[in-house]
Design a binder for this molecule. Structure first.
Ligand code: PEP
Ligand code: MN
Length: 340
């Protein structure tokens, strides 16, 4: 249930409602926005006497939220969520590019790539240390050692780091990580999501291979229900009958999520297509449909990459894509976050 307050409502008036809710044991979110102030009430609100609230002259409206997701729902939080992550603004109005290799291989590799993507304007470095591979015989990532190398690259370049977690047991190793990624295959690993709800780090939540928008938002709700409100969606393509591309990039998901939720949304054209030459057109398309950022795989030697080399851009190709993206971002009146 949502209580919308009139614009001229005083803090004392708002507090009087909050104290009633507290006395009755309701969990609530008080969101004072620039254009609207709302109190979102979470949990079973059937016992709440709507009519008694309607008697307050400073209450503009009371609405029931029919969707199963509450905290992630735009109705509960009419304004876009924007986060400050390591000095970067992430969300509506700004545009961030996360770039780097699929997996961390060596110190030289990650540092060379980090320096190159920074020079081209990426604002975050990505790289997998725990890799979810279809085959148990494929390279599984360097685990703790990979995270250590990522930290070295962070120190060297100043780029904050984004990396995937596969099990909650590994959380203690993620201390120096700026954004924790939940991969497509773990989008509905509810025990992992619950643990990530208890921490204070932004979570990049990739869309499951065959997940509906509602299932995806419900996964964000799991994290938020635990108290961690910093979730970023990442559309990375879904499984369809088409086999030309690795997955099918669902560009319609971006405006849909923007309508249903207040959380930032980014696009990963690398995993969505599996084709390096499609990264540029789909990156521009992502900007045009309202994405808040991109995640792109870049490798200094794609032919020798231990994972996803075929879809990775060379640093030169990435530099070209960034130039096109920058033009498109400007056209959309957004600010491209670039390292100084
Ligand atoms: C990745 O980002 O390297 C990755 C494994 O992505 P996804 O979970 O989208 O397949
Ligand atoms: Mn990959």
């Amino acid at each position: 249930m949502i209580i919308v307050l009139k614009p001229q409502t005083t803090q004392e008036q708002a507090d009087s409602i909050l104290s009633i809710l507290e006395k009755e044991g309701f969990r609530h979110n008080y969101i004072k926005g620039a254009s609207q102030t709302v109190i979102g009430i979470i949990g079973d609100t059937t016992k709440l006497d709507e009519d008694s609230f309607r008697t307050y002259e400073f209450i503009e409206d009371i609405k029931r939220v029919s969707e199963p997701y509450k905290l992630a729902n735009r109705k509960m939080h009419p304004e876009n969520s924007v986060y400050n992550i390591a000095g970067r603004e992430v969300g509506e109005g700004t545009f961030n590019v996360i770039a780097g290799p699929c997996s961390i291989e060596t110190e030289e590799q990650v540092i060379e790539i980090a320096k190159a993507v920074k020079k081209s304007g990426a604002s975050f470095l990505r790289g997998g240390a725990f890799k979810p591979r279809t085959s148990p015989y494929a390279f599984q990532g360097l685990h703790g050692e990979g995270l250590r190398l990522l930290s070295i690259a962070k120190k060297e370049t100043g780029l904050p780091i984004v990396t995937e977690i596969m099990s909650q047991q590994d959380l203690p190793l993620f201390e120096d990580v700026d954004v924790i990624q939940v991969g497509a295959r773990n989008m509905q690993n509810f025990e992992l999501l619950k643990e990530l709800g208890k921490i204070d780090k932004p979570i990049l939540l990739k869309r499951g291979l065959a997940s509906t928008l509602q299932e995806w938002i419900m996964s964000a709700e799991y994290i938020m229900a635990g108290g961690n409100s910093k979730v970023i969606f990442c559309e990375r393509g879904i499984r369809t009958y088409e086999t030309f591309t690795r997955n099918t990039l669902d560009l319609s998901a971006i405006p849909a999520l923007k309508r249903l939720s207040h959380l930032p949304v980014i696009v990963d054209p690398s995993h969505a297509t599996g084709l390096p030459w499609m990264v540029e057109p789909l990156s521009k398309a992502a900007v045009a449909v309202g994405a808040d950022g991109l995640m792109i795989e870049v490798h200094n030697n794609p032919k020798k990459a231990l994972c996803d080399g075929a879809q990775s851009l060379t640093p030169e190709q990435f530099d070209n894509v960034m130039k096109k993206v920058a033009t498109q971002v400007k056209f959309e009146n957004k600010k491209l976050w670039q390292p100084q």
